[in-house]
Design a binder for this molecule. Sequence first.
Ligand SMILES: *[C@@H]1O[C@H](CO)[C@@H](O)[C@H](O)[C@H]1NC(C)=O
Ligand SMILES: *[C@@H]1O[C@H](CO)[C@@H](O)[C@H](O)[C@H]1NC(C)=O
Ligand SMILES: *[C@@H]1O[C@H](CO)[C@@H](O)[C@H](O)[C@H]1NC(C)=O
Ligand SMILES: *[C@@H]1O[C@H](CO)[C@@H](O)[C@H](O)[C@H]1NC(C)=O
Ligand SMILES: *[C@@H]1O[C@H](CO)[C@@H](O)[C@H](O)[C@H]1NC(C)=O
Ligand SMILES: *[C@@H]1O[C@H](CO)[C@@H](O)[C@H](O)[C@H]1NC(C)=O
Ligand SMILES: *[C@@H]1O[C@H](CO)[C@@H](O)[C@H](O)[C@H]1NC(C)=O
Length: 435
Amino acid sequence: MCHAKKVHLFGGIFIITCFIVSFNFYWPRRYQVTGWRSPPMCGGRAPDDTITPLKDRRSFIISAYEDNRNKNIIRILGIVHHKEVKELYCYFCCHSNVEVHTTKAEIDLHQDRFGFPYGLADIICTEPPDCGATFVSVHSSPSEIVHNLTSFPIRNREPVQFTANFTICISTMHGNYSNVLQFIQTIEMYKILGAQKVMVYLNNCSRQMEEVLQYYTKEGTVEVIPWHIQRYLKMSNSWLYPNDDTEIGYYGQMSTLNDCIYRNMYSSKFVVLNDQDEIILPFKHRTWDNMMESLQRENPDVGIFLFENHIFPQTAVSDGNFTNTSSWNGVPGFNLLQFIHREPDRPDHFNARKMIVDPRAVVQTSVHSTLKQYRNSKYVPLETALVYHCRGPLQAKLSRAALIEDKTIWRYNDSLIQNVNQMLTKFTEEPSLNP
Ligand SMILES: *[C@@H]1O[C@H](CO)[C@@H](O)[C@H](O)[C@H]1NC(C)=O
Ligand SMILES: *[C@@H]1O[C@H](CO)[C@@H](O)[C@H](O)[C@H]1NC(C)=O
Ligand SMILES: *[C@@H]1O[C@H](CO)[C@@H](O)[C@H](O)[C@H]1NC(C)=O
Ligand SMILES: *[C@@H]1O[C@H](CO)[C@@H](O)[C@H](O)[C@H]1NC(C)=O
Ligand SMILES: *[C@@H]1O[C@H](CO)[C@@H](O)[C@H](O)[C@H]1NC(C)=O
Ligand SMILES: *[C@@H]1O[C@H](CO)[C@@H](O)[C@H](O)[C@H]1NC(C)=O
Ligand SMILES: *[C@@H]1O[C@H](CO)[C@@H](O)[C@H](O)[C@H]1NC(C)=O
C-alpha cells in the first residue's frame, strides 16, 4: 500500500500516503459535499510527462488553467475518447491542502475531431469557494484517494505582465525533422519581425536539430515542450480519420495549439499559430508590431486575424546572388532566400489560413480558424501580408512560368544574413554543443 517509488510527491512523504490509505479504510467517505479531512499536503504525485494517462486509459490530461474571463472556472485540457468518457471528477485540495473537495466536471469536446475516436476536450470544473487550490486532480469516479492521483498545477492563477509581444506556437515538430538551415532562418525571421518567444511541441527531430533547439533554449527564444503522443495513442499522419485502427489525428496538433494559447494567455500580447515552415510576411509594414498596431486600430472589435497561406515550392530554386552566405553551405536544409516563387491559389480548393490572435480572445482553436472566441475574426487581405510557406509543392505539375514571383523575403536579406551568420558563429563556438 505504501509506495514511494515516485520521487516527487507534492510536499507529501510516503508515510502520509500510508496514513491516508488506512484512514480511509476505516472511515466512511464523504467526498462530494462537505469535503473530507485529511492531513496537510493532500496532493498526489506530479505529472512526469506533458501527457498524463488517467487510470481508465481513455482520458489523457495535458494541463490545467484558471480561466476567469467569463466566469471563474478551472479549464483542464485533456484528450478523451469521444464516446467512452462520460464522467470525470476534479479533486481540489482546499484550505492550504487540508481538505479534499470533489466536483463533477463538464466535458466540452472540441468539434474538430475529424472522425477520430480521440479528441481534445475542455474538462471544466468549478473550484469550491475560498478553496485556494494550487493543484487539481482528475479521475473518472469521485471516490478515488487523492494521493493515488496525479496533481496538475493550476496555471494562470496570477495574471502576469507581458514578457513577449509575439509568441509563436509550433505544433509538433516530428518525423526526424532535420531542415536545420530553414529552421534557423525562420527563427531569426520571427525575431526580426518582432517575436520574443517560440514554443516547440517536440515529437521527434534529428540530432543536429536537437542541438539547435538547445542553443535557442539557452538563448531564451525557444521553449521545448516534449510531445510523445504515440506513447499513449495510435497516431495517424493524416488529419482526417482514415477509418483504420488509429486513434488521434496528425500528432494531436489541436491539443498542442490550444495548450499553447492557454500557456501564453497572460504573458504574450499576441500568439502566432503556424508551423515551422511558415512565416507571416507583411507587405506594407516591416514588422509585426507595426502591422498589428495598424490592423487593431482599423478593427477594434477583432481579436483573431487570419492570413492567407501561400506555397513557395522547394522545387523552384532561384539564385539571389547574396554575399556572405558561404557559412551556410555546411548546414543541412533549405535556404529560404532561394525561394521567391509561389503557387497560385486553386479556386476549387480549400486555401488555408494561419492566425495571429489575442490569446485572451480565444476559448477554443482549430488550425485555420478558432472554434469558440470572445472577439471577432478578420481575413487580412493579401495586400497586407501572406503566410510564406516554404515546402514541397502542392501543384507539382505547374511550370516555373505559372508560378507567381514574390520577393518579399528578400526585403529582409541584410538583417537575415547578418543574424544567421552571428547565430552560426556562436553555435559552432558553443563547446557543449559540439562534442
Ligand atoms: C490507491 O492505490 C493503492 C496502491 O496502488 C491501491 O492499493 C488502492 O486500492 C488505491 N485506492 C483506490 C481507492 O483506488
Ligand atoms: C514590445 O514591442 C515594443 C515596441 O513595439 C517594445 O518597446 C517592447 O520592448 C516589446 N516588448 C517586449 C517584451 O519585448
Ligand atoms: C526520432 O526517431 C528516431 C527513429 O524512430 C529515433 O532514432 C530518434 O532517437 C528519435 N529522436 C528523438 C529526439 O526522439
Ligand atoms: C535523421 O536525419 C538525419 C539527418 O538528415 C539522418 O542523418 C539520420 O539518419 C536520420 N535518422 C533516422 C532515424 O531516420
Ligand atoms: C553577383 O554579385 C556580384 C557582386 O556581388 C556581381 O559581380 C555578379 O555579377 C553577380 N552575379 C549575378 C549572376 O548576378
Ligand atoms: C560580410 O560580413 C562582414 C563581416 O561579417 C562585413 O564586414 C561585410 O560588410 C559583409 N559584406 C556584405 C556585402 O554584407
Ligand atoms: C537587401 O536588403 C536591402 C535593404 O536592407 C535592400 O536595399 C536590397 O534591395 C535587398 N536586396 C534584394 C536583392 O532584394
